[in-house]
Design a binder for this molecule. Structure first.
Ligand code: MN
Length: 445
């Protein structure tokens, strides 16, 4: 323990009644508490959750107190890297992954807080004044669909993909970690649990146990026992951390959501403050995939290995989003190119070429047709299409300002017609001027 925040804790874990192995792991250490729910074939799930817990503890406790929220998030990233490396180094472990929900005492602006970091569908709750509030958000397909409004909140509990994770440790080299911090008030409890608990018990049933069992170890043990007797379809792990003493002394205890620590998956929705209690999310028929190949968080059997299937979905969403974005950008680019390129203008070319002809009056410039926008647009510079045989001295002076800026026409033909009109207009206005008549037919170099 660090500083003045004094904690008391207890924990319990059990394989449940259906699974042959317990692929959940936990750590309770002064200042660091965590639950991990592994997934993967054979023993890979157990390996993943254990690796994650060990790496988390090693990385976080290597930093001496006072520790920060960033230290906790950094330790979660270290845990991810460890699981990812092992998964890719060993064919037997390929595709393994794990959830990780961790709580630790950290210092924020000189004040102690309990930081909670989460990846996956294990949960953290805050129990205060007899009320249980879910702090974390499940990173499951059904929850994400509900968050973006594709399905209603009431559909989450029965959605076929409610157990398919959208985020887990060990799948990608970089992950996004949700982070929260909680002001520690004496009497408040923080509950960490794997989904094996919430599958079997409603939030209200959990709250009832937390109200009646003051000792954190007894409360944890009772919760696991209740989940077992309710069916125990999955591994059940519970950590209860009680705030015994803290120096915070103002205001009601409210969970304070913090910003997400490291966005890595572009399509993943941002974490939001914890919502009100949700009803039981466990399903009566039991989680599929518990037969011959027991694995703690196995998705439906047809999808193997589990984490890969989970992320294939998210990746498809991400790709769809990126493709859409690129299409919009490409469309905009095409429009810009079209605007920049699909027009022509008549303007005055450089004097040099015209002046080289003995028939041209000094200061006269050739009329030229260019493609693009006068002055260019973005990186598109106008290009010369042709130099007309007409000189600036052959057109009425009233048009020279227009020509200097560039007279825009929709096509080369229209630009030529415009030039021809200028010549005719000048001829009508001054049939007997000093202009050398031969110039109009002179082809300039
Ligand atoms: Mn589980």
């Amino acid at each position: 323990m660090t500083g003045r925040t004094s904690l008391r804790w207890g924990s319990a874990t059990d394989a449940g009644l259906v699974r042959r192995t317990n692929q959940d792991h936990l750590v309770v250490d002064p200042g660091l508490f965590a639950v991990a729910d592994g997934m993967g074939g054979h023993a890979a799930g157990e390996v993943a959750s254990e690796l994650a817990i060990d790496a988390l503890r090693t990385a976080f406790l290597a930093i001496g107190p006072p520790r920060t929220s960033d230290d906790l998030v950094g330790a979660v990233h270290a845990a991810n890297a460890t699981v990812f490396e092992h998964a890719n180094a060993d064919a037997e472990l390929r595709g393994m992954g794990t959830t990780l929900t961790a709580a630790a005492v950290v210092t924020v602006d000189g004040e102690e807080r309990i930081a909670v970091a989460n990846v996956g569908d294990s949960r953290a709750y805050v129990f205060a004044h007899g009320d249980l509030t879910q702090l974390t958000e499940d990173h499951s397909v059904a929850e994400e669909l509900a968050r973006i409004g594709e399905i209603g909140p009431e559909e989450v509990e029965t959605h076929p993909q409610r157990h398919i994770l959208t985020r887990a440790l060990g799948i990608f080299p970089v992950i996004e970690v949700d982070l929260w911090d909680v002001l520690p008030y004496p009497g408040d409890r923080v509950l960490l649990c794997s989904d094996g608990l919430v599958r079997e018990m409603t939030d209200e049933q959990i709250a009832s146990v937390l109200r009646r069992f003051a000792d954190p170890g007894e409360a944890a043990g009772e919760l696991v026992a209740r989940a077992r007797s309710a069916g125990g379809a999955d591994n059940i792990t519970v950590v209860v951390v009680d705030v015994v003493d803290a120096h915070t002394d103002a205001g009601p205890p409210l969970p304070v959501p913090a910003a997400p620590a490291l966005p890595a998956v572009p399509a993943a929705p941002e974490p939001r403050p914890a919502r009100a209690h949700r009803a039981r999310r466990g399903d009566a028929e039991g989680r599929p995939g518990s037969g011959s190949a027991p694995s703690a968080s196995a998705p439906p059997p047809q999808t193997t290995p589990a984490p890969v299937a989970r992320h294939r979905r998210l990746t498809a969403r991400a790709i769809a989003f990126v493709v859409l974005l690129l299409a919009v950008l490409a469309g905009a680019t095409v429009a810009v190119v079209a605007y920049a390129r699909d027009s022509y203008f008549v303007t005055l070319g450089p004097a040099g070429a015209a002046a080289a002809s003995p028939l041209v009056l000094p200061g006269s410039r050739p009329l030229v047709i260019e493609q693009g926008r006068p002055g260019g647009l973005l990186w598109f510079h106008p290009t010369l299409v042709e130099t007309t045989g007409v000189l600036s001295s052959e057109v009425l002076p009233s048009h020279l300002a227009d020509l200097q800026k560039g007279r825009v026409e929709p096509s080369v033909g229209a630009a030529r017609a415009y030039v021809a009109n200028l010549v005719q207009e000048a001829a009508r206005a001054a049939p007997a001027t000093t202009l050398p008549t031969a110039v109009t037919s002179t082809t300039l170099p």
